[in-house]
Design a protein around this ligand. Sequence first.
Ligand SMILES: Cc1cc2nc3c(=O)[nH]c(=O)nc-3n(C[C@H](O)[C@H](O)[C@H](O)COP(=O)(O)OP(=O)(O)OC[C@H]3O[C@@H](n4cnc5c(N)ncnc54)[C@H](O)[C@@H]3O)c2cc1C
Length: 470
Amino acid sequence: MAIAATALLDDLRTLLGEGAVLADPPDLVKYERGWRYGQGRALAAVRPSTTAEVSSFLLLCRRHGIRVVPQGANTGLVGASVPDGTGEMLVLSLERLDRRLEIDVLDRTALVDGGVLLSTLNAALSPHGLHFPVDLGADPQIGGMVATNTGGTRLLHYGDVRRNLLGVEVVLADGTVVDALSPLRKNNTGLDWKQLFTGTSGLFGVVTGAVLQTAVLPRQRATALVALADGEAALDLLRSLEGGLSEVLTAFEVISAGALEAVFRHQPNLRNPFASVPPYAALVEISSSFPETRLDLAAVLEETLEGHLEAHGEGVLDAVFGKPDTFWGIRHHVSESLRGEGRVLAFDVAVPRPALPAFTGAVKDWLARQHPFVRVCDFGHWGDGGTHLNLVWRDDEAGLPAAELVPRLQERIYDLAVKDFRGSYSAEHGVGPHNQRFFDAFTPAPVKAAGAALKAHFDPEGRLGTARLW
Ligand SMILES: Cc1cc2nc3c(=O)[nH]c(=O)nc-3n(C[C@H](O)[C@H](O)[C@H](O)COP(=O)(O)OP(=O)(O)OC[C@H]3O[C@@H](n4cnc5c(N)ncnc54)[C@H](O)[C@@H]3O)c2cc1C
């Protein structure tokens, strides 16, 4: 190790204590590899446990001219939470910054350190009949959720992190601590400071604390899995549910036949509840804080679906009720099961909801003409226009190497989504090295210029993060 690096690590250990600095290669493995994309090399992983320590750490990095990538639970899906390949960056892991967790039951808010895990927060909220409702199949940190503006499976009802974030505490690249931990729901006093750090991949500052609006934990949930003839039938069903049950509709997830088949093939505990695998299945969830004695939610859901069946019978093939763990199990095992099918290229795309079937159809038509060996196994948050359009193929059938095929698929499909359907190339996963070139291609020049000005203001030496928003 070079003398300068040794001196830096010595300074870090003196500043934060021996246990806060990991520099042995085996210890670094988990900090260097992203969940799905991204593999880098770190000089060390540094784990401060207070905001003051994060501040001193960033000051020291500034003195040594060292670049830093903030890392939460490392569940991000665009490769932005790991260092680049130079071996010269430090990973700033927030995993030990998890001491503050203060709940105000009357205000229905929680003040938490940036490193608190979502599951820890929800375990603390539950005895008070509350929860933080941004819900997903991973267990991220709150700071990471702010930095990526996590969406999740119940966005349709509760919104994303942005909608539930009241205040933030941020440490800037020069060590300045900005305390904007306001619990106010109304505060129209100019610039909404916290939004600059929401969904901006930690490029403008490190989120060390947040005040979150929490929601009342439902007393009951009713779920159904509805077999559907096609994507248009899914939209018809969504329209009926929003028309009749909008106050209580909390999730509307759609899973295609390709994704369902993969789950039933690779998850022996999860069985197909229908006579055959339908072209699409919609997972419908309604929930309420009313007790069952006052409102029979299961009966409400069945009645509404029966009404829909009478009006739009041809699109609905079957419906099964009341097995939430099985239904959510199917939904949350899609990604993992698809990996057992061959090579997977995942897309996190959004288009206006009415365009979901046409967009998916356009992708399938293009693939049938250009790359017929690629299967579309789509699933996702149709209630908010999001689709995880996963493409699956076997390398031995492809006829060209993945390194050549992947960019072709990405270019065409993102082009279709953004240009032809006014959609997004990153619905909820943010911007990182994995999709940087599409940010570069699709972002209007004035928006990039604003990003550059913000970066110059907050981090003029460009020492935070590996993505670019300019
Ligand atoms: C199985 C699975 C399911 C998922 N489902 C969903 C889903 O339904 N909806 C959805 O939106 N996402 C989903 N994700 C993506 C991911 O969980 C979210 O993006 C998550 O919010 C990232 O949080 P994290 O703590 O893991 O952050 P990381 O992955 O560690 O970091 C993500 C980004 O935030 C930055 N960052 C992390 N912590 C901080 C901080 N304290 N301050 C400043 N910057 C920081 C990093 O530098 C990086 O740019 C899923 C991921 C997995 C693996």
